[in-house]
Design a protein around this ligand. Structure first.
Ligand SMILES: C[S@@+](CC[C@H](N)C(=O)[O-])C[C@H]1O[C@@H](n2cnc3c(N)ncnc32)[C@H](O)[C@@H]1O
Length: 257
């Protein structure tokens, strides 16, 4: 402890987007923060919960703003804890879902600074859920698999193939730029009529939800909003989305003329 306050770091999950989907415990941590380091949060409104006098540093990698490397962020966390006291590290969704939380915790703790984690509502489940798409459904899907399409080195993940070979509900994060490669790969193991949904900016007012089948996945490209993060859901549970059958019926009718 060098500054006037005890040096501690709290990793807080901000939830999937809408500012009222942060947990009460996360909110309390924000109210007690001496400084906040935040990512490219999907829902920026959450920042309004933080007192105006509290410094807020954007360390995200989106929006073409100055981007910090993971090493820069680790160092900044330690410097901020020594200088200010209580650092809240605000991360989208849950900190432990593709959030590099373990790296930050390891680095900060190596300086003897205690770290605690406040879980968040992950977009992987909450975004489909808020659209009425269940992860599991009795008699339809008894498991779900959350994955990213590419590995650390940028190569295509084998996990996608393993999941596609099973009957699990597939939830792919950070996959929009490879949407057609993903659907082609999954289409090798699942039927052409397998339902798929892409939900962008889930839980926010400008949310965009598109549902179709693997066969028609290429049509999704023109319907997606550039620059918005999205979750891809593949599996029969997507048919439970309120507009899935309506859209299919319209396509069948339309294709007859
Ligand atoms: C680096 S990962 C972080 C995930 C986060 N830790 C979580 O638990 O939601 C970022 C990806 O999460 C997904 N994502 C996060 N928020 C989203 C939202 N509101 N709508 C759609 N996708 C979202 C997108 O696939 C995005 O590329």
């Amino acid at each position: 402890m060098i500054g006037k306050n005890k040096s501690i770091v709290t990793l807080v999950g901000a939830g999937p987007g809408s500012s009222d989907l942060i947990t009460i415990r996360g909110l309390k941590a924000l109210e007690n923060a001496d400084i906040v380091l935040y990512d490219a949060l999907v829902g920026k409104d959450i920042l309004s919960y933080i007192d105006k006098s509290v410094p807020k540093i954007y360390v995200g990698k989106r929006s073409g703003k100055h981007s910090y490397s993971q090493n820069d962020i680790n160092k900044l966390l330690v410097d901020a804890a020594f200088e200010y006291g209580h650092v809240v590290r605000l991360k989208g969704g849950d900190p432990f879902v593709f959030g590099r939380a373990s790296e930050e915790i390891g680095y900060v703790e190596s300086f003897g600074i205690p770290v605690s984690v406040i879980p968040g509502v992950t977009s992987a489940i909450a975004v489909p859920s808020s659209q009425g798409i269940p992860m599991t459904s009795r008699g339809v899907s008894s498991s779900f698999w959350v994955m990213t399409a590419t590995k650390k080195d940028g190569s295509f993940s084998e996990d996608l193939k393993f999941a596609a070979k099973s009957s699990t509900t597939m939830v792919v994060l950070m996959g929009l730029s490879k949407l057609l490669e993903i659907t082609d790969e999954v289409g090798r193991y699942r039927g052409a009529m397998t339902p798929i949904a892409v939900i962008q900016n889930g839980t926010l007012p400008d949310e965009n939800c598109e549902v179709t089948t693997l066969k028609r996945a290429s049509e999704l490209l023109g319907r997606l909003k550039p620059g918005m993060p999205g979750v891809i859901i593949i599996g029969d549970v997507v048919a439970e989305h309120p507009s899935f059958f309506e859209e299919e019926v319209q396509r069948v009718l339309y294709s007859n003329f």
